[in-house]
Design a protein around this ligand. Structure first.
Ligand SMILES: Cc1ncc(C[n+]2csc(CCOP(=O)(O)OP(=O)(O)O)c2C)c(N)n1
Length: 637
């Protein structure tokens, strides 16, 4: 049973926190943590990161004035306390549900979601933009970016730190350092932060600083100057400045990110400081919930669970694409010692955990650094290795130029494996992988494949391992495979599609995850006396024009279906093929994702809404044949 929240029930907006005493704020923080546990255990969602930001959020919101001050959260998966303190507690039962509250921050969801995100590493840049806009407007609100120890290692974060250090404008970065990415954090910067962490904590030093400030003749106005010109150096026990100080930031810390009185003290002082200020807060991912503290990796994102007997249900369903790829790359690596695997901070999500254990010296985790990961893979390929660059479709967007300029232009055989291609479900528009066919197929010399099921993904992985002629991409969806398809298969051959059913009324050409629904649609059409040819395209590039044209000439009607946006996608490439062959007049029903951002929700619901499911294919085929709705309805019944 949900317990009453004595303080939280009175919080509608962050400025309500100003009415609470410091002691009451401590109780409020406990309630926020309890609310996260009570709700996330029922809905699922991000857990450990949010348990770690409770005190930081309470202390910041009690110290600043929101609005007009602004807090920009990096990624947004750790901002549930922000959602709670901005009056959205009652929406938590709908968290990540279809048409419910997003799991990330979104400008359209709340005025205090000052900047939306989902991809990591954007907060400092966005906050600096807000600060520059403020300076141009001549106003004086405070701007804070909160970022994680993994996100801060991304290139963009450093580009922004560099820029802000030179601009010198008023901006605060709060580093929420819990030593974890989703998996344990990696990289030399992580080691550096660990060294800073081992400095004496600010807690005791803050008291010393306070004494100094209190001794000043005019403490209030001197606080800022004091901090800026002496106290931080007084606080820093070492002679050498931190890397942050060297590039123009005032470094404050390390501070215990769960010690509310200290945090309040720090933020109330930092508020008054001029210029770029960097607050290094040490937090514990999963704070306050034992199992999550012990195993923050497993409890990063959770399915619903029982709070009192905490354990997470293991998925017992069929093999997922991620697992199939993880197993296939292992056998490639066993056969060929040039096979190396690259992930950008997603070893578990991309199925590389076993590879990392079995081949530690052939495994590279770049951290949240997709552009670097791609060019690093290009260098490995140029150096004679066989890089398997394994990235979620949505995160490869970051590296568009690197794929063109460093990989394709130089014809380097980097193997890209794009997990989560298509609609991913509850994470929503920041995470759907719905653009890759469009943004990759325009690149000269690239080969793009999409498997119909997990068995075909294994085959494509083996095929890609042997493919040295240039860059290739295999894109596959989140989740498990389709079991609707016949088991018989033809071997993978470059640019060759697979005909999996023959009929003479309509040709359905599907790619990747849409082959299953296309085959099911053919079964439904058969019941209506309509015989469809079903083609598993396999290659988006080079496209199998001859097989497609032969089927179109035979059937006279065509449906294409893909889990990618229409613009620049597979269907438009097929349309070009038809046009070039003088068959531009053929009735072609092009099923693809709309020219809009698709919201979060279950994959199956979203596919239906977007018109890329078996029923939509049936309706399109019937429409193409001039058989209308009545028939379509009976086909569905
Ligand atoms: C560009 C990009 N790559 C990968 C991810 C996946 N991802 C989401 S959260 C996360 C870890 C973030 O760690 P950190 O910044 O330390 O924050 P914490 O969760 O520890 O609070 C990763 C890798 C992402 N959201 N964006």
């Amino acid at each position: 049973m949900e317990t009453a929240y004595r303080f939280l029930s009175k919080i509608v907006e962050p400025n309500d926190l100003h009415r609470l005493t410091d002691k009451e704020l401590r109780e409020l923080a406990d309630e926020v943590r309890r609310a996260i546990l009570e709700h996330v255990s029922k809905t699922g969602g991000h857990l450990s990161s949010n348990l770690g930001t409770v005190e930081l959020t309470v202390a910041m919101y009690a110290s600043y004035n929101l609005p007009p001050d602004k807090v920009v959260w990096d990624t947004g998966h750790q901002a549930y306390p922000h959602k709670i303190l901005t009056g959205r507690l009652d929406r938590f039962p709908t968290l990540r549900k279809h048409q419910g509250m997003s799991g990330f921050l979104r400008r359209e969801e709340h005025p205090l979601d000052s900047f939306g995100a989902g991809h990591a590493g954007t907060a400092i840049s966005a906050a600096l933009g807000f600060a520059a806009a403020r300076d141009r407007a001549g106003t004086s609100e405070r701007i804070i970016a909160v970022t994680g120890d993994a996100a801060i290692a991304s290139g963009m974060s450093w580009e922004a730190l560099n820029h802000a250090g030179a601009l010198g404008t008023d901006i605060t970065v709060v580093l929420n350092d819990n030593r974890m990415s989703i998996a344990p954090n990696v990289g030399a910067l992580t080691n550096y932060l660990a060294r800073l962490r081992s400095r004496p904590e600010l807690q005791s030093l803050a008291k010393r600083a306070k004494e100094v400030v209190e001794r000043m003749p005019d403490p209030i106005t001197k606080v800022a100057a004091g901090f800026r010109h002496g106290i931080t150096h007084y606080l820093a026990p070492e002679d050498t400045g931190t890397i942050f100080e060297e590039i123009g930031w005032e470094y404050i810390g390390p501070v215990d990110g769960h010690d509310l009185p200290t945090l309040l003290d720090v933020f109330r002082n930092v508020r008054e400081l001029k210029g770029p200020v960097f607050v290094h807060a040490l937090t514990v991912k999963g704070k306050g919930y034992d199992v999550a503290e012990e195993d923050a990796r497993t409890w990063h994102g959770v399915v619903p669970f029982n709070l009192d007997t905490p354990s997470l249900a293991k998925s017992t369903g069929p093999v997922t694409y991620t697992q199939a790829y993880g197993e296939a790359i292992l056998s490639c690596a066993e056969k060929d010692d040039r096979v190396v695997a690259i992930t950008a901070a997603m070893p578990d999500g991309t199925g590389l955990t076993k590879f990392a254990k079995q081949f530690p010296d052939r495994y590279y985790d770049t951290g949240i650094a997709e552009p670097h990961a791609v060019t690093f893979a290009a260098g490995l390929a140029a150096g004679g290795q066989k890089p398997f660059c394994t990235i979620y479709s949505t995160f490869l967007q970051r590296a568009f130029d690197q794929v063109i300029h460093d990989v394709c232009l130089q014809k380097l055989p980097v193997r890209f494996f794009l997990d989560r291609a298509g609609l991913v479900g509850d994470d929503g528009p920041t995470h759907h992988g719905t653009f890759d066919l469009s943004y990759l197929s325009l690149m000269p010399g690239i080969t793009i494949l999409a498997p119909r099921d997990t068995t075909e993904l294994r085959e494509m992985t083996y095929w890609a391992s042997d493919f040295d002629e240039g860059p290739c991409v295999v894109r596959y969806p989140r989740g498990a495979s389709d079991d609707r398809l016949p088991e018989s298969r033809t071997p993978i051959a470059i640019g060759k599609a697979e005909v999996i059913r023959e009929g003479s009324d309509v040709a359905i050409v599907a790619i990747g995850s849409m082959v299953g629904p296309a085959y099911e649609a053919a079964g439904l059409l058969h019941k209506q006396g309509i015989e469809a040819t079903v083609i598993n395209a396999r290659f988006a590039k080079p496209i199998d024009s001859s097989t497609i044209l032969a089927a179109v000439q035979h059937c006279g009607h065509l449906v294409t279906v893909e889990e990618n946006v229409r613009q620049g996608g597979f269907g438009q490439a097929v349309r070009d093929v038809l046009h070039d062959a003088g068959l531009g007049g053929v009735n072609h029903q092009l099923l693809a994702l709309p020219d809009s951002f698709v919201e979060h929700g279950p994959q199956s619901v979203l596919r239906t809404e977007c018109g890329v499911d078996a029923e939509s294919i049936v309706a399109a085929a019937l429409g193409s044949l001039g058989r209308t709705i009545q028939v379509a309805e009976s086909a569905q019944s």
